[in-house]
Each structure stands twice: as C-alpha cells, then as structure tokens.
Design a protein around this ligand. Structure first.
Ligand SMILES: [Fe+2]
Length: 340
C-alpha cells in the first residue's frame, strides 16, 4: 500500500487494536471462569457447563471484525485455552474427554460458518461501495470538466481533506462523510448557468447571488440520496468562514460543521497550488504561509495547525498519487474513501 494511503488509514489501526483486545479479553475471561467454576459433583457444575458455551462469543466477534482469518485464529486460541482443562481436570475419563472434544468441534464449525458468511456479506458490501464510488467519480469528473481544466480537482480535494482529517484524529464515520462531502462539494453548481460559472471577469451582484446558491442546491441534491445524506451539512457550509464572513448563513467558529472547516483548507490548498487562467500556481511553501495568515479568519486555527504539521513533500506525494490513480484511497464499507 502506498505511504499516503497507509497514513490516511492510520485511524483504522487503533480501532482494530481495541477489537483485538476485546476478543482476547473475552477468551481469557471465559476461559478463566470456566476453569474456576466447580465441575461434576457440585451444584454449580451447571454454571461451568454454561460458561464453555460462551467461547462462541469471541469467535463470532472475531469473524465480524476480522473476517474469516480472525474467526479461525480465535477458534485456535479457544482450543488452546480449552484443551488443558479437558485433559487435566478430566484426565482418565475418556467418555467425558470425547464429549468435550465435541465442544471444540462446535467452536471450529461456528468459526468456519461465521467467517464464511461474514466474508460473503462484506464482499457484497464492498462491491456496492465500489459501484457507488464509480458513479460518483464519473459524475464529479463531468462537473469538474465544466469548470476546471483538470477533472481531478474534486478527487485531489478529497485526498487532501482525508489526510487532514486523519491528522486531526477524525473517527471512521467522520472520515467517510468528509470524503463524500469533499468529492461532492460543488455538485450544486449543476444549477449554475455556464455564462455565470465560466465568466472570466467579475460577477455582477445578481450573478453572485445565483452563484451563492450552489451550497443550498448541493445540500438538496445530497439529502435526496440516502447514502449521501450525512454529507449534506458539510456541503451546505463549505463556503462559510471561521470569522463569520462566509456564506450562505455567515456562520462562525464552532457553528460551522467541523468537516466543512477541514474541507475549506483542502479546497483552498488545491485552488492555490493549481494553475488558473488568471494566475499561475503558488508554491506549497507559499500556500502554507497564506493559509497560516488566514488562520482565525477564513480557517479554523486548530485545522490550520494540523495542516501545517504535514510536509509539502507529503502533499506533493498525494497530488502525484491522485494523478496516477484517482481512486488510490481504495473503497470499502468502512474505508474513509468509500462512497465519497
Ligand atoms: Fe463551492
């Protein structure tokens, strides 16, 4: 996996580690309680027998979280934890040993079945996400082609925003929504006529009025698509400024959705580092200076600080990666880039 994509996905590792700990702890707790509860000849034997059924829980969780391989590893660990009990606490009792080996077999059957079904379901979900992704990218490329020389503007802005979101520690859901909103931020411009959108000179008041409707039109479009609904709020506020001088609502500070504040930097960064008909591109170092100067005015200071922690070499690397493979962030139901 490319370096940048790995960084963008860093947030996933913390979540996976937590899940691994939960599965491990469950096996340890069930194993220990099972060892400690009395066996035959004691009225609490029923608790002992019931506890061993709970070994199924970490196996199914491992299947859900880590798919087929996770379920198999969980079943192997359960077997290792369970077998000493079978042969030490029931040594010499062949009938009981055989009976308890049936429990081990059950654990393995459940691991195989749950791992298999989760794999089928996740593959189907990934396929759906890939289809959504393909449709959105095609739509956005058409929109970009109308206004920009390149069709990569929205894809680059998405990659920049996700990198910044990862730097700010956004959670997986926030990342997914941020990715969608960044890709679709200007979708409302479908409603802006060409003579206004492509006008080389300054716009009249009336034309500005029309231009400024695109966040609201974008919001309306996204609200009508169930899997894009969450990104509507970010799109609606993507032209707000931190100091309250933006549009459409002149929101300020925390009133602006966090995703919109992160997006604003990614969008400005791409605008400044791209050639425009009326000016040449600005260097990354100069762009950093401009964005820093606008901290607290156009941009959220916290997001600016995170932006400045990322080196120009890395931004340039992201730019190259998007140009080489626009979908380099990959897709998947839990991937930040999915659906966006
Ligand atoms: Fe816009």
């Amino acid at each position: 996996m490319k370096q940048t994509a790995r960084r963008v996905n860093d947030w996933r590792f913390g979540r996976q580690r937590r899940r691994l700990i939960i599965v491990g702890l469950l096996i340890a707790v069930v194993g220990l309680s099972h060892w400690l509860t009395p066996v035959a000849g004691n009225p609490f034997h029923v608790v002992h027998v019931s506890l061993r059924k709970l070994f199924i829980l970490p196996i199914v969780l491992a299947a859900i979280w880590f798919e087929f391989r996770g379920a198999i590893i969980a079943a192997a660990v359960v077997t290792i934890v369970y077998l000493p009990h079978v042969f030490l606490q029931w040594s010499g009792n062949l009938t009981e040993n055989v009976n308890q080996m049936g429990e081990v077999a059950t654990a393995w059957i459940i691991a195989l079945l749950s791992g298999f079904f989760v794999r089928i379901e996740k593959t189907a979900l990934r396929e759906t996400a890939r289809t959504h992704e393909g449709s959105l990218v095609a739509l956005v490329a058409a929109l970009d082609a109308r206004e920009h020389e390149t069709q990569l503007h929205s894809l680059r802005v998405r990659a920049y925003a996700l990198r910044l979101g990862a730097e700010l520690g956004m959670n997986p859901d926030q990342m997914r929504v941020l990715g969608q909103a960044s890709l679709l931020h200007d979708i409302g411009k479908v409603g802006t006529p060409d003579p206004i959108l492509l006008k080389p000179g300054p716009l009249t008041d009336e034309e500005w009025e029309m231009m400024r409707r695109h966040p609201e039109v974008g919001q309306r479009i996204l609200l009508s698509v169930p899997f894009l609904r969450d990104s509507a709020k970010i799109v609606y506020s993507h032209h707000e400024h931190y100091d309250g001088t933006g549009y459409p609502k002149r929101l300020s500070g925390d009133q602006i959705p966090f995703g919109s504040r992160v997006f604003a930097i990614a969008d400005a960064f791409d605008a400044l580092t791209s050639d425009r008909p009326y000016r040449k591109r600005v260097s990354c170092g100069e762009t950093q200076r401009i964005i820093k100067e606008d901290s607290g005015k156009h941009f959220d200071p916290e997001a600016v600080r995170a932006f400045l922690r990322i080196s120009c070499a890395e931004w340039e690397q992201i730019d190259r990666e998007v140009a080489a493979a626009p979908d380099f962030l990959g897709v998947g139901p839990s991937n930040p880039a999915s659906g966006g």
